[in-house]
Design a protein around this ligand. Sequence first.
Ligand code: ZN
Length: 160
Amino acid sequence: MQIAANKVATIAYTLKDGDGALIDQAGKDQPFAFIQGIGNIIPGLENALEGKAAGDQISVSIEPEQGYGERDDNLMQTLSKEMFEGVDEISPGMQFHAQTNQGMSVVTVTQVEEDQVTIDGNHPLAGVTLNFDVEVIEVRDATDEEQEHGHAHGPGGHNH
Ligand code: ZN
């Protein structure tokens, strides 16, 4: 069976950035399952996996526009520390859920200076070239329930 719309694919993968630094991985013992064609994964990876079958291995380099998008400097803001009342200590790398122009999103603290805090609402992988090495483990039909939920169930998917 080949990966196509509404199939569940289970994959093992390694993800590195443009400099070869490891970002994320899922081994064969803990693979990742998704439904093809509904945006469970980034467009560039869906395109690269379309038509592949169990046992296939691919290496693909995905530019930001087919990944998590380009960085948008308008999503960076400098706020007064008073905005973070109730947080004991603010340090770079901390993440908060915040209301933004695009709705609820995760913002990351990038800089703390005196009483000023700089936050970044970009996805952490925005602007990053994504180098995937993927092995397809299994391809099967999505169940009605999975299609209804919009995600894969079982090993590598949601358990509920
Ligand atoms: Zn579900």
